[in-house]
Design a protein. Structure first.
Lengths: 567, 134
């Protein structure tokens, strides 16, 4: 956990004061709706369908138990006793009152938390691997770099009014669990031949209504240049990014319109002025930031053979929800927030408190929020796994479905969000109910299913192996289905990819059956269990899936004629 | 009547005075590089912020000061409120024409909205981490 120093704390306290003043001025009529919107949004406050929504920052998804308890307390006192973990590793409260928000922020500041830049046209929470610091395939501890970027991007005077929101993700491991390629800037830590740390820089990826895979503009950026290079990218974007059309204002459009090469040239030309300037990072700063992170005091243990534990139900959880740890004798546990019937990512205040107790007892008082909307106990002794499993099961957080079809990523959708075209949560639930047979789920194997209630794509549907998008047709909710998306190279060779729409959209009631048809097609055609759904789509294309879902001749006559004519 | 702040004081500008030099007014789409050779001769540079959320002028301010060495009055004009002041001053602005209705005296407090910045800027040429490590 990064611990604030006096200045970090002071800035957060000053923000509380500033926001309180802005809220008062708005309520007194001194700030217009539009002005206050721009100001409140950069403090995470939306005015939603039924009430304001407050998004609280959890920088790079790392949260201490005292912070989680504070979130539980705030949710109980100012909201309806629950919160929602988002795909940006943050927490959202759906029912706070506008006039309470300054008090909520003041409460958050007492535990080194805030809602700074969690929305609006500003730098958003920098995200990273939920297994950072404990993964066996780690290249660097990404938290240190994320914190350096957090500081640089917080109240950045030049870049506080960007054309549009700006999302940076940083991956410090070999596997990409961060979805680096679908961020405005994606950073992959790499080591060169001499073992020096640097970053591969991608730019212009993103989801939303124009989904794009980011392009590499630098293969190796030595770490001292990280901030000056970011500054160069941001200056080009701040000056030349489109501001005439909100739908074309993300950096991906600038990169696309200019072309990757020209964009790179502009960044390099700007960087030539900034390189080796005062913002060049120094080793002392990296060490200083690293030293402000608390580290688990691991015991000297050896790995134990967990396969011998013969407790019914434990093996399935162990297989899906426990991951290897770089320290012998420890393991990483994912608490699933994807129990059927509960909106994905939702937790009650009671659960938050119980989870905090669990983390204090078994995992050094820290948790991580994953972008898949689950919680991770990163440092559990292997000897404690059975106890943790039992406790998690009691809390309804031990659904053994990590990486499986029912571990659905979903935005809050039309039940809460003013932007949504359609509901997402009932769709997630209907699918989870259809696929409630655990053996069948395990047989289907790894499958990411993501749902967004509108084309803003908060549920990351473009990068789900199966993606579902809520669309509006003459005031009715319909759902478009995509297949073949992939969030990133979690497996060697399986590149990040965007899904392709299989055809006309479906009514909500049809969706579970459509997923079932897709799965049937997959099971019938996969060459082995090792070939995942997404691998098969990439190997054979979407046509066979299309045929299986929509049937053939009677529904697509013209196409059949054409095919025959060609044959 | 717009509110004018100069040197952290609210001032009233009687009328556009026939000053000794010209006033160079830059729009957000203007490139300061195109005006670099005129900067030594102008009475002041105004940078226009046409909309509340339009942040291009912040980059223009830094470029004028840091890259093109402009040392004269740098005035931010347009749809600005006290909420911009801290950032504007960090980016090198020293005169501010806020939108009508802003109470200039109340607005002055906003220069101290934050007591520090992590980043290097015109006002703080060294980033916090360089000042921290001495």
């Amino acid at each position: 956990m990064y611990l604030y120093d006096d200045i970090d704390q002071r800035l957060v306290d000053e923000r509380v004061r500033q926001f309180r003043g802005q809220t008062e001025r708005f309520l007194a009529g001194q700030l217009s709706e539009d002005e206050f919107r721009a100001l409140r949004l950069r403090n995470g406050l939306y005015i939603q369908r039924y009430a304001p929504m407050l998004r609280i920052a959890i920088p790079y998804g790392l949260v201490a138990t005292r912070q989680l308890r504070k979130l539980a307390e705030i949710a109980r006192r100012y909201d309806r006793g629950y919160g929602h973990f988002s795909t940006r590793q943050n927490m959202q409260l759906n029912w706070p009152k506008l006039e309470h928000v300054p008090d909520i922020l003041a409460e958050l500041a007492t535990v080194q938390m805030h809602a700074i830049q969690t929305s609006g046209n500003s730098f958003r929470n920098v995200t990273t691997d939920h297994f950072a610091g404990v993964a066996r395939d780690e290249i660097v501890d990404s938290y240190v770099w994320c914190e350096i970027i957090r500081q640089w991007s917080t109240f950045n005077p030049e870049f506080s009014f960007l054309p549009r929101k700006f999302k940076i993700a940083l991956n410090g491991a070999k596997a990409d669990r961060v979805a680096v390629a679908v961020h405005d800037i994606g950073l992959h830590a790499v080591k060169n031949d001499s073992g020096e740390v640097g970053f591969k820089v991608l730019v212009g990826g993103g989801l939303g209504r124009t989904p794009l895979i980011g392009v590499v503009i630098r293969e190796f950026l030595p770490w001292p240049h990280l901030l000056t290079y970011l500054e160069a990218i941001l200056r080009v974007y701040n000056r030349f990014g489109r501001r005439d059309n909100i739908h074309k204002a993300r950096i991906k459009i600038l990169v696309k319109e200019r072309g990757a090469d020209k964009f790179r040239d502009e960044v390099e030309a700007e960087w030539a002025h900034l390189k080796e300037g005062p913002s060049t990072l120094i080793a002392e700063e990296i060490e200083r930031v690293a030293a402000r992170f608390t580290r688990p005091a691991y015991e000297r243990l050896t790995d134990i053979d967990l396969g011998n534990i013969n407790v019914p139900g434990f093996a399935a959880w162990l297989k899906r929800n426990v991951h290897p740890h770089k320290v012998p004798g420890y393991a990483t546990v994912t608490l699933s927030l994807k129990k059927t019937g509960v909106p994905p990512g939702d937790v009650t205040s009671e659960q938050m408190e119980a989870i905090a107790d669990l983390a204090d007892r078994y995992s050094f008082g820290e948790l991580r929020v994953s972008h898949e909307q689950n919680l991770v106990l990163s440092d559990v002794r292997q000897a404690d796994l059975v106890a943790v499993w039992r406790a998690a099961r009691e809390l309804g957080l031990a659904t053994p479905n990590l990486g499986l079809l029912t571990n659905i990523i979903s935005c809050p959708g039309g039940d809460f969000c003013a932007l949504a075209n359609a509901k997402s949560i009932p769709v997630a639930e209907a699918i989870q109910r259809r696929f409630d047979d655990l053996d069948y789920l395990h047989d289907i194997g790894e499958l990411d299913l993501n749902i967004s209630g509108c084309m803003n794509a908060c549920g990351h549907h473009h990068v789900g192996h199966i993606g579902i998008l809520g669309v509006d047709k003459n005031g009715e909710e319909w759902y478009q289905v995509e297949i073949g998306g992939n969030q990133g190279e979690t497996r060697r060779g399986a590149k990040a990819a965007l899904g392709r729409v299989i055809g006309p959209s479906f009514a909500r009631a049809q969706v579970p059956a459509v997923i079932e048809r897709l799965i049937e097609c997959y099971l019938a055609r996969r060459d082995s269990e090792a070939e995942r759904f997404v691998d098969l789509v990439h190997r054979i294309g979407i046509e066979p899936f299309k045929e299986h879902v929509y049937g053939n001749a009677d529904q697509r006559p013209s196409r059949r004629h054409r095919d025959r004519a060609v044959a | 009547m717009a509110t004018l702040i100069k040197g952290r004081r609210a001032v009233t500008e009687i009328a556009p005075s026939p000053e000794t030099g010209e006033v160079l007014r830059l729009e957000p789409t203007d490139d300061p590089a195109d005006y670099a050779d005129r900067l030594g001769r102008v009475a002041r540079v105004e940078v226009h912020f046409p909309k509340f959320g339009d942040g291009r002028g912040f980059s223009i301010g830094r470029l004028l000061r840091e890259r093109y060495g402009y040392e004269g009055e740098l005035r931010a004009v347009g749809h600005l409120t006290r909420d911009h002041l801290f950032f504007l001053e960090s980016c090198g602005f020293d005169a501010f024409e806020l939108r009508a209705g802003e109470d200039p005296h109340a607005a002055l407090g906003a220069f101290d909205d934050f007591s520090e910045s992590y980043q290097a800027s015109v006002k703080r040429p060294l980033p916090l981490f360089r000042r921290r490590s001495g």
